[in-house]
Design a binder for this molecule. Structure first.
Ligand code: DHB
Ligand code: FE
Length: 291
């Protein structure tokens, strides 16, 4: 059976791609952020996932405001990216796992999540930047990607957005489906974006350190405590793009076992964003016994 080895949460700011291309990881501005990935690399080398199921939000590359699904699941054999205009290198294509994708899609629809299925899907910086951060050597042409991906898109761009509770439940449905998958795969679940940031309007540049700390504290052991916030409240507390935390809630929901925080790095700012990187352990057996 497939095993969920853990979860990773990471910011997906595009300028990270420029820093990587220009090898600025040790520059004073970038070092506090990139240092947070030392533990991620250490952990991934031991956890050895075969698959990354990635909750992320598309910013207008694959979906635009005219047609924007609340939830969409990729079912492609390979995912390509394109130039989004940020002046960063375009990611190499990343392999998919259509059989696992269709298994997740079937399970989600059976659980009454009426997702959009995408047999072609362009992946934007919200997926490619985290991939380059997690597997830096594979992001260059030198080595193949060590994982296949299943991208799951959540609308954080055009209101109405799904609630925090809905995204937590989406993640739980995905987590149950992964654990019911017959193949012996090791799966890491990833949530991208956040934490607090606002790119537009009179509050552009807004971040909220106290609220981010509350989120990082609560999401580990009591994610339900965060579901009392409406999306309107979330925008107020976390900024208009802080709602990307919905991807983190889905990631957390997919961790079905006993969850503990293995590492946390929080740094302000990266571009306009309060940047956070976390690794969560998922003890499947312990979680089952406790249930
Ligand atoms: C920035 C943050 C984002 O989440 C994004 O999608 C684009 C830009 C930023 O802080 O620059
Ligand atoms: Fe974003």
């Amino acid at each position: 059976m497939a095993t969920i080895v853990g979860g990773i949460g990471t910011t997906h700011v595009p300028s990270i791609g420029k820093a990587i291309a220009e090898k600025k990881q040790n520059d004073p501005y970038w070092r506090p952020f990139f240092k947070g990935f030392d533990y991620v690399h250490y952990w991934l080398a031991r956890a050895k996932p075969d698959i990354a199921v990635v909750f992320y939000n598309d910013h207008g590359l694959n979906f635009f405001l005219d047609k924007l699904p609340t939830f969409a699941v990729g079912a492609a054999a390979e995912y390509h990216s394109e130039d989004e205009g940020w002046g960063i290198p375009v990611s190499r294509p990343i392999p998919g796992d259509p059989a696992l994708s269709w298994h997740l899609i079937n399970a989600l629809v059976a659980d009454e999540f009426d997702v959009t299925t995408c047999q072609e899907m362009l992946i934007d910086h919200a997926l490619t930047i985290p991939m380059a951060l997690m597997w830096p050597s594979a992001a260059s042409v030198a080595t193949p990607w060590p994982v296949k991906i299943v991208p799951i898109e959540i609308n954080t761009v055009q209101h109405p957005l799904p609630t925090l509770s809905r995204c937590l439940k989406l993640g739980r449905s995905v987590g149950r489906a992964i654990e019911a998958y017959a193949q012996d795969l090791r799966v890491v679940v990833v949530g991208t974006g956040g934490l607090s940031h606002q790119l537009d309007g009179t509050r552009a540049g807004f971040v909220n350190k106290e609220f981010d700390k509350l989120c990082l504290d609560k999401i580990v052991a009591e994610p339900e405590a965060l579901t009392g916030y409406s999306i309107h409240d979330w925008v107020k507390e976390s900024g208009s793009q802080g709602v990307e935390f919905l991807n983190w809630m889905a990631m957390r929901g997919a961790l079905t076992g006993h969850v503990s925080e293995l590492s946390r790095n929080y740094h302000i700012p990266i571009s306009n964003t309060a940047a956070a990187t976390v690794v969560y352990d998922n003890q499947a057996e312990r979680g089952r016994k406790a249930a």
